[in-house]
Design a protein around this ligand. Sequence first.
Ligand code: SAH
Length: 476
Amino acid sequence: MQYLPVFLDLKTGPVLLVGAGELAHAKLRVLLAAGARISWFSTDGAHDLGGLRDPDKQIEFASGDPLEAELAGAIAVFCAGAGDVGVAMALRAKALGLPVNVMDDLAQSTFIFPAIVDRGDVVVAIGTGGASPVVARRMRETIEAVLPARIGDLATFIGEFRRTINARIGEMPLRRRFWERVVDGPIGALVLSGRKAEAEAALHGIGDPAAYAGADEAGRGQGHVTLVGAGPGDPDLLTIKALRALQDADVVYYDELVTPEILDRIRRDAARVPVGRRIGKPGIGQAAVNKLLIEAARAGKRAVRLKGGDAYVFGRGGEEVDALRAAGVSYTIVPGITAGLGAAAHFEVPLTFREKARRITFLTAHKTRDAEAVDWSALTDTEMTVVVYMGMTAAPSVCAGLLAAGRSPETPVGVFAKVTRPDAQAAVGTLGQLPDLIRKIDGGPAILIIGDVVAHSAPWRQQNLSRVIAHILEPA
Ligand code: SAH
């Protein structure tokens, strides 16, 4: 370790900043955020704040030669964009034993700046001993992505209750266990999802904090279920929240649509339980899935229910949440990119288009009898894009239903299979050709999109289909 990371309280005395321009502005920004009182010696004499705001008057525009400035009482010296003056200033500071940083000059500095992730009370400092700011920045991006946005709120929340709880739990290990249960359990989850009032109510609702802390010898919090939408297949389309839930999980119950690449993102030690249908085999059934989720939560586990696309779009999310609510199990829902949106982006089908497509309907037609039950007459509006889930088998009935209701056989249609995956396929043509288009695809899952907007899609344009012919496109 080249440098010791410490967190400095800059509110205890003035700091000196010497320099000008962009570099000085960058330092001012971070010093302001840290609540510092700053004497700023501008080396170009301009004292231009470059758009920075200083509502609390933290900055004093110092005049005169910084090399003559009074340094008694100052707690640190910063030089940024100060040229030779910075070097001379550093010598002065060092002679007085004052900590000094000269930007981009390790030799003159007695301390250096880390890359900073700032989430209020939670601050992460990343250093590379000055070797590579670029590496530090890349690490910062990674940490920014995995840290919950409200992690600072969680720290503040705990800070507010610390004294009360400390007074009620004398024993240190028990106290630590209490906070672990709060952070890892439903109360922490509530704060992280922005439901602070509910979290406060839950904390107040704990009658006996010591008993709450001691209840589970493993020190684990009460269980929780997270319903996570995995998106249509590309693991990079997981949301940051989804990724975090997969990394936190003790057990993951997943559907057949979830791809192996997404399963790879699950924490290595978590149990993985397939609960969906397999080819030729039925799934374990909704009631059994509900039971598994409830049992896992009651055993204190962090369970993830991982579904293709989004849980609330033909994903039985509603049924599962009803069951969790009825069982009094705490849960959160993380949305995913639904297959229809995945198809739209992958094959460039704008689902809405100014003055051409003003409405979208998402429907499912799994079996022929489902398709027969659809009121197709409600879907003949030419300004409506129709997105059909699970529509491969019933495609002939979808086609017949729409034609019988009066939608034109020339309406552009696309069959989009395994969208966002490397083996994605598309077949585009007209509504009249739909049953043939299905046969051109090597199996699902596939989504059907019906409407004039399909003529804007990549496969259609690439083949210049003005007079429509069935066409299959396999992206490289
Ligand atoms: N909850 C899921 C839908 C589940 S229903 C979601 O929001 O996407 C299953 C249907 O979704 C499949 O029959 C198919 O129509 C569609 N689907 C799921 N993944 C798909 C993919 N990668 N490509 C095309 N269609 C897909």
